[in-house]
Design a protein around this ligand. Sequence first.
Ligand SMILES: NC(=O)C1=CN([C@@H]2O[C@H](COP(=O)(O)OP(=O)(O)OC[C@H]3O[C@@H](n4cnc5c(N)ncnc54)[C@H](OP(=O)(O)O)[C@@H]3O)[C@@H](O)[C@H]2O)C=CC1
Ligand SMILES: O=C(O)C1=N[C@H](C(=O)O)C[C@H](O)C1
Length: 247
Amino acid sequence: MIKVGVLGARGRMGAEVVKAVQGADDLELVAAVDDGDDRQALAAADVAVDFTRPDVVLDNLRWLAEHRVHGVVGTSGFDEERVAEVRGMLTGRPDVRVLIAPNFGIGAVLMMHFAVKAAPFFDSVEIVELHHPGKVDAPSGTAVRTAELVAEARARAGAGPAPDATTTALDGARGADIAGVRVHALRIAGMIAHQEVVLGTHGETLTLRHDSLHRESFMPGVLLGVRRVAGLPEPVTVGIDGLLGLS
Ligand SMILES: NC(=O)C1=CN([C@@H]2O[C@H](COP(=O)(O)OP(=O)(O)OC[C@H]3O[C@@H](n4cnc5c(N)ncnc54)[C@H](OP(=O)(O)O)[C@@H]3O)[C@@H](O)[C@H]2O)C=CC1
Ligand SMILES: O=C(O)C1=N[C@H](C(=O)O)C[C@H](O)C1
């Protein structure tokens, strides 16, 4: 049995993780911690899953590293600098692993892969992410990661900047510029988590779309991470692509 703790356990994702862990024969829920709760119960866990907030997750990871608990992290907001900070926390702790996934949805991971494959073949690529209005960060971590990966793929292929004649625009009208890729964020009641990658070239367009229709969609990826994190080769792994045999 793998002993599992959940941080953010009363949140939208944390509550779903609690249910998924309780429903798995090989996992035992030993701690369910939310804002204001004592983290000490997590010291009994082999693995802790964090779905909290970008402004608290690093402090949680430092605590987990100090208590030699592996981390599986879904909380958004991890750029290169923050990933490096997590690597630093694990220096001198070779027995602790952290898996950070911008998106645990298997369809979403595939959508990102397909976007990377397609990006060098098109002149234009922009990203539209659509989420529930309770989301505190914009653009989504998934959209940021997709933009970064698409930009890297285009740079490797020697693709130039996307054509855009805009010379005047209202603030935000053309979205956020992430490594040269425009990202647009919508917050719509009734939605959960959705993303489109829109590509275009002469006479044709390709739209890749993924929809998470329920937070259950993230659970197979989260449980895969919980089961595999202790055996990961690197102290810090970003994304579940490798666990799915995609990289
Ligand atoms: N990687 C992925 O596949 C996915 C990632 N996410 C990301 O996960 C994160 C959580 O999303 P969601 O569940 O919708 O958000 P919620 O706001 O519903 O849940 C976050 C929970 O964490 C609690 N919390 C705040 N601070 C702490 C703390 N220091 N210790 C423990 N718990 C704390 C919050 O309490 P309070 O409300 O009092 O602040 C809240 O209950 C976001 O960053 C989101 O982007 C979401 C879906 C999928
Ligand atoms: O807040 C959410 O809901 C989600 N957050 C993650 C993100 O920021 O990419 C993953 C998914 O999009 C749902």
